[in-house]
Every structure is written in C-alpha cells, then in structure tokens.
Design a protein around this ligand. Structure first.
Ligand code: GDG
Length: 503
C-alpha cells in the first residue's frame, strides 16, 4: 500500500505542542512530550512530513502561525494548523467526541448525550480537517490519522477525490455490537471508517467487536483473511490489524535511574518509612475507575487490619475535561471518598492512608512516584491500552514492583503473565489483590516483574510505529503475528474463589 519513499502526513486532534503566552507578549511553544511524538519524530524527519492538528488556541492569528513556524524549524517537520472556533470546539470536541464517542466506546452508554447538533459539528469539523490535509498533502503521501475525533476523515478525503493511502489507528476501545447499536449515526460512521485502507486497533477484543459490527450492519461486506480484510463492492479492500501501543521504555528506564529521580524517590520513601507505597495515576476520568478503587482500598484496610499503618496509597489525579458536569461530579465523589477513608483510618502516629494529589505533575516527578512505589493499582473500567501500567514497569528498576491491573485495560492482554489481574467492578477481588500484592514473596515479585519489564521493553513505541508502517506497506496482514488475547479463564476464577473463602 505504501512504500518507504512516501512522505508521512500525521493527522490528530491536537498538534504535538503546547502554545502559551511569552514574556514579550508573543507566543512560545513547548514541544509535546508524549510517546507518540517521540516515536513519530524520527520517521517524520527521515521521510519528511507534516503533522496536521489543532494548535490548542481558539483564535487563529499571525502569532500562532509564527510560533508554529519556529517550532517546525526546530522539530524538523511541518506543523499545519487546523483553525477551530470556540463553537467548533464545543460541538465537535467537547460534544460529539467527549460526550458521545468517549463514553459509548468505553461501554458507558448511559453517560452519552446524543445531541444531534454535536453530530453536525463533528461532520463539519472532520470536513475542515480534510480541507487542511488536501492543502498540505501530495498525491503520493501516506496519511496516518489518529483516534476517535477523526473517524470521518477518510470519507471526507475520498469524497474530494483524494486517492493516496489512508491509515487510521484507534487509541480507545471499539465497543461490542449491542453498545455500538445505540449510536444514532451508526451506519454512516461505520461506512465512513471503511474508507480507510488500514484500520488499527489496540487489542484483539476491539478487532473482534469491530468485525462483529461490520458483519451485523453491512451485509454487503465480505470479510476474509481470518477477519483481517473487509471488501465492499466498488471499493478497495480494507486491512484490519491489531497493534498494541507501547512506550519509550528505554527513556523511562534511563530517567528512572538518573540521579535527580533517585534522590526524589528516596526522599518520598523516607517520608513513608516501613510502608508499602501503592500508586494510582490517572487523568480525571470516569473510565479510570477511581472511586471503586478507593472503595477497594478501604475494604482492604478493614478486612486486613494488619495492613493499617503499613500501606499508603498515593493517588495522583490529573485535572481533565472539568467543564463537563460528569467530570466535576467525579472529582467531588473522589474527594468525598478520600476524606471518608482518611477520616476513618488516620492515626495519631502520623499515618495517613491516602495521599491525594490533584494536579498535573512534571514528568520527572511522575517517574519518581513510579520508582518510589512498590505497587501500582491500575483499575480502569475500560481502557484502550493504559500507558501508566507500562510506565510503572519500565521505572521499577529494582525489578520488585507489583502491578495490579484491570482485566478491561487493553494492556491486560500483553501483561497477563506478570500482573495481578482484577475485575474493577469487584471490590472484594481488588481488596484481596491489594493484600496479595502487599504480602507477595520477594521471589514472586521479581519473577513477575521480570516478565513485565521484558515485554514492555520489547514491545516499545518504536516497534509499534514500525509494525504499523510495515502493515501499511503489506498487501495483506497474514504475515503479521496477532498479539495475545485476554479472556478470563473459568479455572483461574474458580481457583481464586476457592482460596478467597478457604479457612
Ligand atoms: C489514550 C487511551 C491509550 C498522566 N499524568 C501525568 C502524566 N500522565 C501521562 C502518563 C501517560 C499518559 O499521561 C496517560 O496515558 P493513558 O494510556 O493512561 O491514558 P489516556 O490519556 O486516556 O490515553 C489509552 C493511550 O491513548 C495511548 O494509545 O493507552 O487507553 O485512553 O503517558 O504518563 N504525564 C505528566 N504528568 C502527569 O501528571 N507529565
């Protein structure tokens, strides 16, 4: 489909930088630091390319253009801004993307607001992104679009007669048929998605759900190659692949060992002597399962009193989308639970069971938290992948951390052999897993973490980018091994219940 010579055009909701007012009244830009940017940077530099997205500022001015030009010179690739008005942001981003697609694709249909004006705005803004791509791209470029904000982009580009190869990666889950069916625009959206040439999902679960929707809703679709190809009359075939995203594991390891992080982690540990530090790090989001996690921690302290004064939960919550009422309510609920739990258990000797941090922390402080913690508690109700789980393992440089991970995080498929998997709705099961992690023999911790660290290093974000681009070159995906699947096992569950209630 593509060859090595093609330029790469990346399209995502946001450009990979943050613009803010500078001292001289102009704008200064800070390059984005996420794994996606790090991994794509060498590819964009080698092949040359463009990144298309919203610059993060509502008013599109000459100053924005100038700041982007300066950033592009430093970055080594072009940054093409999509100008969005405050109204566009409200309907397309806050509305359809975050109040319809986000909850629906995470199986939380009751939180959806299917406002028809949101849909119209989503269509218009996808058209708008397509116009910028058309202005920037050459016919022999390769276009790689990212995530749920751009499901209609390929259809918009094809309508305009654009013929270059188009690929798409969905960072969040794809829902099962019964849930997808609730979407009033289900046929249009699915047909539009199939205008891409390659669609990548995080896990086999998402791939299975997608194929199930295509089978049910598109009787004219022909599904072949062990469900990795969909053909429709009068269209070119679409390849469907599974590409679990990774992190820049080497960078996390290097930074976790650096002198600054070591000192910060030691200082944190010194404040919490003789305690197991359990860590939770999440954006403020109802999909991350924070209230149920706090309830499980409370139950663990009640059910296993020997844990009291010996464990501390550090919960970092990063503010996000706090203009949506559900997010504000979630914050109130979290703060109420933290207050209740600290009120119930805090002891005069200085032990406070939960240290609650509600702000964004800088990257090195985050890595210091990862390194200082012995246990990470990652319990989303559903998650495309969950990078926090992988980052914790990369930073557990002594190799003795324990990862408690939701079986509904995409990461569970790759990490099931090392993590303690939990059902985030099962408060008792999570409380037992907390106890199990706190009392796990050192040798078992090391054996589990070794497997996890090997996996995270091997399947890093560079491999993810390369595999995705290779899949885009290949005519079919038969040569690409499928990643492991995760399905709960009845035997393991029975064994768990047997031991949980054994005298
Ligand atoms: C979407 C999908 C999928 C968090 N707090 C701070 C901070 N972070 C960084 C973490 C991590 C990232 O944010 C969060 O990534 P997640 O994967 O956990 O979640 P989403 O933001 O929901 O991402 C998800 C991902 O896309 C990639 O495909 O895994 O399933 O929902 O990298 O380190 N970084 C800093 N300070 C913080 O306070 N510097």
């Amino acid at each position: 489909m593509i060859d090595q010579a093609r330029r790469l055009v990346v399209v995502s909701n946001r450009l990979p930088l943050v613009l803010s007012p500078g001292a001289d009244g102009g704008l200064v830009s800070k390059p984005g630091s996420g794994g996606l940017v790090t991994a794509l940077l060498p590819v964009l530099r080698d092949r040359g390319g463009v990144w298309v997205g919203w610059p993060g500022i509502a008013d599109h001015t000459a100053e924005v253009e100038a700041a982007l030009d300066r950033s592009a010179k430093k970055a080594g690739y072009r940054l093409a801004p999509v100008a969005l008005s405050a109204e566009d942001q409200a309907g397309f981003y806050h509305g359809f993307s975050n109040e319809v697609l986000w909850p629906l694709f995470h199986d939380l249909q009751s939180l959806c607001n299917f406002d028809p004006s949101y849909w119209r705005s989503y269509c218009e803004v996808n058209h708008h992104y397509a116009q910028v791509v058309l202005a920037e791209a050459r016919p022999d470029d390769f276009i790689w679009a990212h995530d749920y904000q751009l499901l209609l982009l390929a259809a918009e580009l094809r309508r305009a007669g654009f013929t270059a190869p188009l690929a798409f990666f969905l960072h969040i889950p794809f829902p099962p048929l019964d849930i997808y069916l609730k979407l009033p625009w289900r046929f249009t959206l699915l047909r539009a998605l199939l205008e891409y040439d390659l669609i990548g999902f995080q896990t086999l679960r998402d791939h299975r759900n997608f194929i199930q929707c295509v089978r049910a809703l598109m009787p004219d679709a022909h599904i072949t190659h062990r469900t990795r190809r969909v053909d429709l009359p009068d269209r070119r075939g679409v390849s469907i692949g599974v590409f679990p995203i990774g992190i820049d594991a080497a960078a996390f390891q290097r930074q976790a060992r650096s002198a600054g992080v070591t000192a910060a982690a030691n200082a944190l540990r010194a404040e919490l002597p003789q305690r197991e530090v359990i860590l939770g790090v999440d954006r403020l989001d109802y999909t991350k399962g924070i209230p149920l996690r706090l309830e499980a921690f409370r139950l663990a302290l009640r059910q296993y009193p020997e844990l009291q004064e010996h464990v501390t939960l550090i919960q970092v919550v990063v503010p996000s989308r706090d203009d949506i009422p559900q997010y504000r309510n979630l914050k109130t609920r979290i703060e109420q639970l933290v207050g209740e739990i600290n009120g119930e258990f805090t002891r005069p000797g200085g032990w406070v069971p939960i240290h609650y941090v509600y702000r964004s922390v800088d990257r090195l402080d985050l890595i210091a938290y990862y390194r200082a913690a012995q246990i990470a508690l990652v319990s989303p109700l559903k998650d495309g992948m969950n990078l926090v789980a992988k980052e914790f393992c990369a930073c557990s440089v002594h190799g003795d951390g324990v990862l408690i991970l939701s079986e509904f995080a995409g990461a569970a498929a790759q990490m099931q052999n090392g993590a303690l998997l939990v059902n985030p709705y099962d408060i008792e099961g999570m409380a037992n897993a907390i106890h199990q992690a706190c009392t796990m023999p050192h040798a078992e911790r090391q054996a589990r973490m070794k497997r996890l660290r090997q996996g995270v290093s091997r399947q890093d974000v560079f491999r993810w980018v390369n595999t995705f681009l290779e899949a885009a070159i290949a005519r079919d995906l038969d040569a690409f091994p499928l990643p492991p699947d995760y399905v709960p096992s009845a035997e393991a569950e029975q064994a768990y219940w047997d031991t949980a209630f054994a005298e």
